[in-house]
Design a protein around this ligand. Structure first.
Ligand code: GLN
Length: 456
């Protein structure tokens, strides 16, 4: 073992063998008995699943990758967990992540990094590196992640797995510890596009406990994936290549595989057109103002009183402010602190309009870019990440270099549209997985599954 278990991968923070086995045995018994019980089983019953440790679960710890929640147990299940339990998927355990889902490499976890199963010296992406690595290493066939700026899709890309960020509101966020509420979305991680469709259809749908939850039925995803896999539906489909998501900063081997994917789509009868989204160049800047602003407010509740860690000041008066200060100083890591400070600054009186206000305007421009692009194309396509997995440590001390991993994934979160990343083969220069990203208009998640399954 390298370190951290699982032959050095360290995808899991908590393993839940006993409960998972009990559920698996229950499903086995129902299948063996046949009759109504067997017939009533969900197609995914008995298929084990790993859960990103940002999603709350009764009976298992939820840490969000942070010392500040170490030892905390949720008194309730997230809506997605309730659905998973009802369908009898054995929950294998909780997977590693960058603290509070902030990062692109899983190196910002307070509990040590996860490593990429393709090369243990490289990152598995982030923030959901644990979920992606668990699936890539054949430790779990399915996992759940959360995606605020790419944390499902970019780990999918660099580990050769499928990852989907559904339309904002398609899957309930109730019980997902909030990072940036207007961007966060729970979604599936799997080895095939069809598996992700099955999982999104299971966990998605309207939830009165999430005020931003859509009422639309998202129940055609599996049918769409099956149709795509059977070769249906690409004839005449317009696929838009986003001009701004390629070229400078994108690794040659990534571009080569991306162009191959375009040829495949053309061969299957799709029409490939170029579209321009001129405001995408401001997406990263807008995201890194809006996201920390929401982070600073969402993380205010970790005050040393309500949840997890409490650190008492060693000397001086024992005031609530000083307990809060000591707890937050000891409980949060550097990246969480950096973003809380950034967000607090951006929201402060006198700066609000200049920073947060401007970023919100850019967000509208990006939504308009998408509207224009979707008037010319049914689905947009780009590489998911500019490079393949980079070595551990390479970008840890350079936040801006780390943030640049998200250029291609962030626009979807800012506009609320769905995105799917699927494996596009290995880059020639390093033999590491390349991800292809598909984007569709809001509520058109089925379109992604159809095209994704056709391309797979
Ligand atoms: N890498 C991005 C960030 O650090 C994405 C995070 C996410 O999607 N949770 O903010």
């Amino acid at each position: 073992e390298v370190d951290g278990g699982e032959r050095g991968v360290h995808a899991f923070l908590h393993v839940n063998t006993e409960e998972a086995l009990a559920v698996a045995r229950e499903v086995d018994a129902a299948r063996a008995a046949g009759g109504d019980d067997a017939a009533a089983l969900h197609p995914l019953a008995g298929v084990p699943i790993a859960i990103k440790d940002l999603i709350v679960t009764v009976g298992q710890p939820t840490t969000a990758g942070s010392r500040i929640l170490e030892g905390w147990m949720s008194p309730y299940d997230a809506t997605v967990i309730k659905k998973i339990r009802a369908a009898k998927l054995p929950i294998l355990g909780k997977t590693n992540l960058d603290e509070f889902a902030m990062g692109s490499s899983t190196e910002h976890s307070a509990f040590g990094p996860t490593r990429n199963p393709w090369d243990l010296d490289r990152i598995p992406g982030g923030s959901g590196g644990g979920s992606a690595a668990a699936v890539a290493a054949f430790e779990a066939p399915l996992a759940l992640g959360t995606d605020t700026g790419g944390s499902i899709r970019q780990p999918g890309a660099v580990t050769g797995t499928v990852g989907v960020k559904p339309t904002y509101g398609a899957v309930s966020r109730y019980g997902a510890i909030a990072m940036a509420s207007s961007l966060d979305q729970i979604g599936p991680v799997s080895r095939t596009v069809l598996d992700s469709a099955l999982l999104q259809e299971l966990v998605g749908g309207h939830d009165p406990f999430d005020s931003t939850s859509l009422t639309d039925p998202f129940d055609t995803l599996v049918a769409a994936a099956r149709a795509g896999a059977a070769g249906g539906g690409l004839e005449g489909l317009r696929i838009g290549v986003v001009k701004e998501l390629g070229g400078e900063g994108f690794q040659a081997g990534v571009e080569t595989r991306f162009h191959e994917a375009l040829e495949l789509l053309k061969g299957a009868g799709a029409q490939v057109v170029e579209v321009s989204c001129p405001n995408f160049k401001y997406a990263l800047g807008a995201y890194y103002l809006i996201m920390p602003s929401e982070v600073s407010s969402n993380l205010a509740k970790f005050d040393g009183v309500r949840y997890g860690l409490r650190v008492l000041p060693q000397d001086g008066p024992m005031t609530i402010e000083r307990v809060m200060g000591a707890t937050r100083a000891a409980g949060f890591g550097d990246e969480a602190k950096r973003r809380i400070i950034l967000g607090t600054y951006a929201l402060s009186a006198g700066y609000y309009d200049a920073y947060y206000g401007s970023a919100q305007k850019v967000r509208t421009l990006i939504q308009r870019d998408f509207d224009n692009a979707f008037a010319q194309a049914d689905v947009l396509i780009s590489p998911t990440a500019p490079t393949t997995a980079f070595p551990l440590g390479e970008k840890l001390d350079d936040p801006l270099a780390m943030y640049l991993n998200d250029v291609a994934t962030i626009p979807a979160n800012l506009a609320g549209v769905p995105g799917l990343s699927l494996p596009g083969g290995l880059a020639e220069e390093d033999g590491l997985p390349v991800g292809i990203q598909l984007l569709a208009p809001a509520r058109e998640d089925a379109r992604l599954y159809r095209v994704g399954a056709a391309l797979e």
